[in-house]
Design a protein around this ligand. Sequence first.
Ligand code: 6PG
Length: 243
Amino acid sequence: KFRNSDMVSAWSEELVERLAADMQEAAEAAVNEGGVFHLALSGGSTPLALFHRLALHHFSFPWRDTHLWMVDERCVPQTELESNFYTLHQHLLQHVRIPYYNIHPMPVQLNERLCVEEDGGALLYENELNKLVNGSSFHFVLLGVGYDGHTASLFPGSKPEEFGESLVVLTESPAKPHQRMSLTFSAINRARRVALLVMGKGKHELITQLSRVKDKSDKYPVIGVKPANGRLVWYIDYDALLG
Ligand code: 6PG
């Protein structure tokens, strides 16, 4: 058990297999229940192995009934390596048969204002989410965690209460690119299922600290991930767990 949630740990390859299987099970259950699977994916480098695994076995996954959302985005053009959408497209979307109208990139590049004005792109994305996702509750959210304990683009020092009831906000990252758009904990914690994927020896120190701290979500924002009616599972590989 890891901080009152479920934890799965294994060597990285097996861990990714397990996460892909759990995601597939959630997808099939959602499609059987309501004909659609709403999936929100994070950026960063950790999910790449999962994207490759999903791309390789794409025939067995209900991609046609999947809606793809972004957990967060960096305010850069969609053609840049730093764009989470670009990464997602290169490593997953171009390999699977997902209808283009089911893909929901965060609107950060159509117009510069969308990423700087509070009522710009964040509000557009929130409206899209409210319109298409039942109860704005994703079936599955995949998160990563940064060395400083940030998750999505919610960084240490940002106070979740500042965001009020907003589901999508603009934030500032201490690292480049600074301007970000991100789901908030209000959005993340409505999900039916949240997976937190942590891999690599570099994350061992963080995992050790997280297992010791109490509720200090402004120091380690990831602690704010607490689905109200859903399930949180940490997927931690042995490198991150054991160092
Ligand atoms: C982003 C992410 C972010 C990420 C962590 C971990 O856009 O940067 O969504 O929250 O998950 O920074 O990143 P790594 O997987 O690269 O360590």
